[in-house]
Design a protein around this ligand. Structure first.
Ligand code: PHE
Length: 502
């Protein structure tokens, strides 16, 4: 029988009555463990060896754990200081006990948070009491740390978990494989195995010389277990943003670009948002301190917008009859929605006057001073879009949403009438969360009002929306907390493992 070199080596090193670990075979053959593993799997599929797998849990003491072996656990030091101070007879001022214990910095907190949990006593209103029956000599965690430090094993899972959660030990699991010769393996060895000269890689030289015709190529086992390597990859939020862009481009939309920090004029005034609207107070917006205002607002447009705010538009127009200040409009803030971009484009300010029909979109960040919770962040990505054409209706808007969301597997949209100062009618969109079944608001939309369009110089219909990219992800992948995918608390494992469908 002819076999590749590494397989011959492993076969010869393996034994029929003694299962040998990959490490041992690697030592014996001088091959790398991964080469031995590969060879062992090949031999197994040829029926010459069996490969057994088991999971091995290794526990290691950390640097901090080792310190406590030498200096005692902080809670034990606190207990001993408390006993010395007489806290087993009467409550003692905590400051005094801490001072005597010599604990410093973060160790004080560690001591306090473990003291009562482990029954050393109680801490109440700044006073500490010690339980005279507690025995620090028999502290299970201290004993386990000492055992680990001495290279002994610890069986008590709950103590190990506690040590792990305190960062005093690390637990890890690994797969251990061992190899045993089968009867066929023994027979093959007795009959004699020879090394087959196999080639692992085809080279340009082999191709030009024609040598490739005569060599024997090594076979690869593409199903063999391999070490997992987590390379960098595009974040699923970014991947989905790109997919949203592709989808909208496919639906005939062009992309808008514009400033993240913009004049309130574009963020609010052009949208017929009254200057005393609650969303425009400092509680909701992130103002800029440098620079604080913009100077290049288009004067004609500013005058028309101001007029619309005062008097409304058209014969039956009705304005807000409240003060309107240009200074207020010039103030710069982080945009709370990307509808500021829609205003810039619709007004002709960004790329010149636009003739209907037109379709534009952006997938960009917006900033809101919300309270953080599972569905709200201080910033998120908004999928902004609008269509400008003659005679549009809410049906066109719904049809566009249905077509868009269908591409992401969402076909159960629901609509609810809503109010925006700048659209009439307006409605919010909802989708069902795939695991909780709850209705999740995914966006807000409507037909821009005359009071918005006239000053901009647009005299046909414009339907528009702002959708949340993060909420779309929640519906697509079933995330329940937006912070799993966004920001410093995000769940790296989930980000690594989520497959993005293209
Ligand atoms: N600006 C709205 C929001 O942020 C979305 C929207 C855009 C609604 C355009 C209607 C028209 O919620």
């Amino acid at each position: 029988m002819k076999l590749p070199e590494s397989q011959v080596a492993v076969l010869q090193a393996a034994s029929a009555n003694d299962a040998q670990s990959i490490e041992r075979l690697a030592d014996e053959t001088g091959l790398k463990p991964e080469t031995v593993t590969g060879a062992a799997f090949e031999l197994e599929s040829a029926g010459l060896v069996t490969v057994e797998e088991s999971t091995d849990e290794t526990v290691e003491i950390t640097e901090e754990g080792r310190e406590y072996v030498d200096d005692d656990l902080p809670e034990v030091r606190l207990y001993e200081a408390a006993i010395d101070a007489g806290a087993d007879e009467a409550a003692v001022q905590m400051g005094r006990v801490i001072g005597q214990s010599g604990l410093e910095g973060p160790q004080v907190d560690i001591a306090l948070s473990n003291y009562a949990r482990k029954g050393y006593g109680t801490i109440e209103s700044g006073e500490i009491v010690a339980d005279p029956d507690a025995d620090p000599e028999r502290d299970a965690e201290a004993e386990a740390l000492a055992a680990l430090d001495a290279g002994e094993s610890v069986e008590d899972e709950s103590v190990l978990e506690q040590l792990e959660s305190r960062g005093l030990a690390t637990l890890s699991e690994s797969t251990v494989r061992s190899v045993t010769l089968t009867d066929d393996g023994v027979t093959a060895l007795m009959e004699g195995v020879e090394t087959a000269e196999t080639v692992g890689q085809l080279t340009p030289e082999m191709l030009t010389s024609g040598e490739w015709r005569d060599v024997e190529f090594a076979e690869y086992n593409v199903e063999a277990d391999a070490e997992r390597i987590d390379g960098g990859k595009t974040h699923i939020l970014r991947q989905t943003a790109n997919r949203v862009k592709d989808t909208l481009v496919g639906m005939g939309f062009e992309e808008m670009e514009g400033p993240h920090a913009d004049a309130d004029f574009w963020i609010n005034d052009a949208l017929f948002m009254p200057q005393d609207h609650p969303a425009r107070t400092h509680w909701d917006r992130f103002a800029l301190s440098n620079p604080t205002e913009i100077d290049d607002l288009p004067e004609d447009l500013v005058a028309r917008v101001e007029d619309a705010h005062h008097n409304g538009v058209g014969e039956d127009g009705e304005g807000y009859h409240s003060p309107w200040s240009e200074d207020f409009a010039r103030a710069i803030a982080l945009r709370g929605h990307t509808t500021s971009l829609s205003m810039r484009y619709l007004s002709g300010h960004e790329i010149g006057d636009l003739e209907p029909p037109q379709r534009f979109f952006s997938v960009e960040k917006v900033y809101r001073n919300d309270t953080l919770d599972p569905t709200h962040l201080l910033e998120f990505f908004q999928i902004e879009g609008w269509v400008m054409a003659e005679d549009l209706s809410v049906r066109d808007l719904m049809g566009t949403f249905e077509e868009f969301y269908e591409q992401f597997g969402i076909t159960d949209l629901q609509y609810k009438p809503h109010y925006n100062p700048y659209t009439e009618p307006s409605f919010e969109l909802f989708g069902e969360h795939p695991t909780t079944g709850e209705l999740v608001e995914v966006g807000n939309s409507g037909m821009f009002r005359e009071e918005v369009l006239r000053p901009l110089g647009v005299d046909c219909d414009v339907m528009a929306w702002g959708l949340s990219l993060e909420r779309l992800l929640m519906l697509m992948y079933g995330f329940e907390d937006i912070r799993d995918i966004h920001g410093t608390l995000c769940d790296l494992e989930l980000l690594r493992e989520t497959e993005v469908l293209h």
